[in-house]
Design a protein around this ligand. Structure first.
Ligand SMILES: *[C@@H]1O[C@H](CO)[C@@H](O)[C@H](O)[C@H]1NC(C)=O
Ligand SMILES: *[C@@H]1O[C@H](CO)[C@@H](O)[C@H](O)[C@H]1NC(C)=O
Ligand SMILES: CC(=O)N[C@H]1CO[C@H](CO)[C@@H](O)[C@@H]1O
Length: 323
């Protein structure tokens, strides 16, 4: 049963070109960032969540091949998005049939139900060092998504592509594509399979928008860690971010340190139920179910975490105050 969303007070006023928001963690890959750094799991990305091969076989740095979201580029003509000076490279994240993660640094039970390649925000080689900074006060989790049209996702499956994950495996917020996993399997594709969905901790859909191709979909999810609220901001391409939800009181999240999580982005593909499996394991998506083993990808850019004391960056060098 869905509860009505309690709506809190929310106002946003434009500060114009004020002091830029303070970036706590910057996951926008510099132009100099290399495949070897991905393989070494060097800052800013922890690249451990992947299959058995080198990280750079699953995550490609696109150099000049795919222009990152125009939202954060330096424009040559301020009134036009292009041409612009590139300041970051797009990341193309792939999964294939070898994308089976083995937790516990390779000692745990292989997650054969999933296929996953994820990048996790880290500082000084540690995701946990960063957690208290990104999971306190009021922070915006920024990210932009672009379809990989040559090797698209299979929307009959569920994908989790961005989330903040505390130790209990829940998601403070999450971004989902495709058809949510159900046991038994419902009609596929599900309604809204082709939408990008932003979910609250209790999996309610806070916002959805069609996943159009040739379009950068820009998001900022504002988490107020003290008030346990979420608010979603969204735009396409060079358009400035605007709020698409009210501030929503959420979070069945445990409070204090337990709610602090790692910031993941990438491709996590859930299986479909395998009707040949015994009934009692059909819901164990981590270890069982059908995976076709196809190669699929998704593009990311504009990934960073911002402290909102100085306001929220909405693109085009503008900052707005968010209460
Ligand atoms: C991280 O490394 C930087 C320099 O590389 C150092 O100044 C800083 O103290 C380190 N931070 C932590 C929390 O270890
Ligand atoms: C994918 O990998 C699984 C587990 O290693 C294997 O059983 C399956 O045959 C593979 N599928 C394809 C299509 O290669
Ligand atoms: C609206 C909503 O989801 N509220 C939940 C927030 O978290 C608390 C604590 O777990 C729940 O009791 C509420 O139902």
């Amino acid at each position: 049963m869905l509860l009505p969303l309690p709506i809190l007070f929310s106002v946003a006023a434009c500060f114009g070109e004020g002091v830029l928001g303070k970036i706590i963690w910057d996951g926008r890959a510099p132009l100099s960032f290399s495949a070897l750094q991905l393989d070494a799991s060097a800052d800013p990305y922890l690249t451990a969540v992947k299959g058995s091969k080198a990280a750079s076989l699953y995550t490609h740095l696109m150099g000049n091949d795919v222009t990152a979201t125009p939202l954060w580029l330096d424009r040559i003509h301020p009134d036009r998005p292009f041409p612009a000076v590139a300041t970051e490279q797009t990341l193309r994240v792939f999964i294939g049939n070898t994308s089976i993660f083995v937790p516990g640094q390779g000692t745990g039970t292989p997650q054969t139900g999933f296929r996953r390649t994820e990048l996790i925000a880290q500082r000084n080689g540690s995701a946990s060092l960063l957690k208290p900074d990104i999971c306190s006060g009021k922070k915006a989790f920024h990210f932009s998504l672009l379809q990989e049209t040559m090797k698209p996702l299979d929307l009959l499956h569920e994908y989790q592509v961005v989330f903040v994950e505390p130790g209990d495996g829940s998601h403070v917020f999450g971004v989902q594509l495709g058809s949510p996993f159900t046991n038994p399997t419902g009609p596929l594709p599900s309604k809204d399979a082709g939408h990008i969905k932003v979910l609250a901790h209790d999996l309610r859909v806070l916002y959805k928008t069609p996943f159009r191709d040739d379009t950068w979909h820009n998001f900022a999810v504002v988490v107020d860690w003290d008030q346990s609220t979420l608010q979603v901001f969204y735009s396409r391409n060079e358009d400035e971010l605007r709020s698409v939800t009210k501030v929503v009181k959420n979070l069945s999240v445990p409070s204090g340190e337990k709610e602090m999580g790692d910031f993941h982005f990438g491709v996590l593909k859930l299986p479909l139920v395998n009707a040949n499996d015994p009934v009692d394991i059909r819901g164990d998506v981590v270890h069982h179910g059908i995976q076709e083993g196809t190669v699929e990808g998704l593009m990311f850019s504009g990934v960073f975490v911002e402290d909102l004391k100085n306001g929220l960056s909405v693109g085009n060098k503008k900052v707005i105050h968010v209460w």
